[in-house]
Design a binder for this molecule. Structure first.
Ligand code: CP
Length: 307
């Protein structure tokens, strides 16, 4: 059983809680293969998507996952809301709660916003990405995809590459994969991969060739230009020549290494199209798995609320 009624980050979860989500996601994935993909598990509940940053995958899959669980779903649009008249984020969330929401899913550019809301709301809060802090459902769907492809985590060599410092995906994945027994290496320029990351129990590399040696899983990250100032690297061409994933670079990894990317991709900047679309890529499977994983997350948080 889960210890809390929110999903704010992977850092707070035990390995058993992570595995509970992954095992349930497997059952939900089986349901999603049926002709009738909908189950009445959360009938009568209301889920609200509160997204204050752009999203394609996360917002859409939370909406579809909620619909597959038979909930009512509201997609809150910040640009057309009373936020523009000066209403605070907390008053907005309290208003949504007063309308009868059971689960609020929040994405925000400031780290810690879901944690703040969870202290003031009675509903379950799910972090759909907070600033540079965490993106827990992305890490769960990544772990689920790795489990499907590799059968487990113990001793698995996972390389996470790119804009580590700005990446909530990287942080959630480091917490998740370490708890599950994988060996995690980080690769990137020193400007985007500060030494303090070693405190998380990972190895760090500035050379792609060294860091990719024998990797089972390669997780590329988007260069988050919207969170960067100037001077992290000279040009995007220079970045690709040093830290981009091409078929030539891929040869350093194991032949059966899987290629992951949380999306959206900057093709030709962090990953070449032939790798992104190649035989080792599981990028679209990650998207598909996001649906089952998010069904599992909402299902278990709702179960926890009943206690
Ligand atoms: N991976 C991810 O968070 O993608 P979106 O920004 O499209 O939701």
């Amino acid at each position: 059983m889960l210890s809390g009624r929110h999903l704010l980050g992977i850092k707070d979860l035990s390995a058993q809680e992570i595995m509970l989500y992954l095992k349930s996601a497997s059952s939900f994935k089986d349901i999603l293969k049926r002709d009738i993909k909908k189950v009445p598990a959360l009938r009568g509940r209301t889920v609200v998507n509160l997204f204050f940053e752009p999203s394609t995958r996360t917002r859409t899959s939370f909406e579809l996952a909620a619909k597959r669980l038979s909930t009512d779903v509201i997609n809150f649009s910040a640009p057309s809301s009373s936020i523009l008249k000066g209403e605070s984020l907390l008053d907005t969330a309290l208003t949504v709660e007063a309308l009868g929401a059971d689960i609020i899913i929040i994405r925000h550019s400031f780290s810690g916003v879901p944690h703040m809301l969870s202290k003031h709301l009675r509903v379950s809060v799910i972090n759909a990405g907070d600033g540079t802090n965490e993106h827990p459902t992305q890490a769960l769907l990544d772990a689920f995809t790795i489990m499907e492809k590799k059968g487990g985590f113990e001793g698995l060599q996972v390389a996470i590459i790119g804009d580590i410092i700005h990446s909530r995906v990287a942080k959630s994945n480091i917490y998740c994969l370490k708890k599950l027994g994988a060996d995690v290496r980080l690769i990137g320029p020193a400007t985007l991969l500060p030494e303090c990351f070693r405190d998380l129990g990972v190895k760090t590399f500035s050379s792609m060739e060294e860091g990719l040696e024998g990797a089972d899983v390669i997780m590329m990250l988007r260069l988050q230009l919207e969170r960067q100032g100037k001077g992290f690297f000279p040009t995007t061409d220079e970045y690709f020549s040093q830290w981009g994933l091409s078929n030539k670079r891929l040869r350093a990894a194991r032949p059966d290494a899987i290629i992951m990317h949380p999306g959206p991709m900057n093709r030709g900047i962090e990953i070449s199209s032939d790798v992104a679309d190649g035989g080792n890529s599981v990028i679209l499977e990650q998207v598909t798995n996001g649906l089952a994983v998010r069904m599992a997350v909402m299902y278990h948080l709702d179960e926890r609320k009943e206690q």
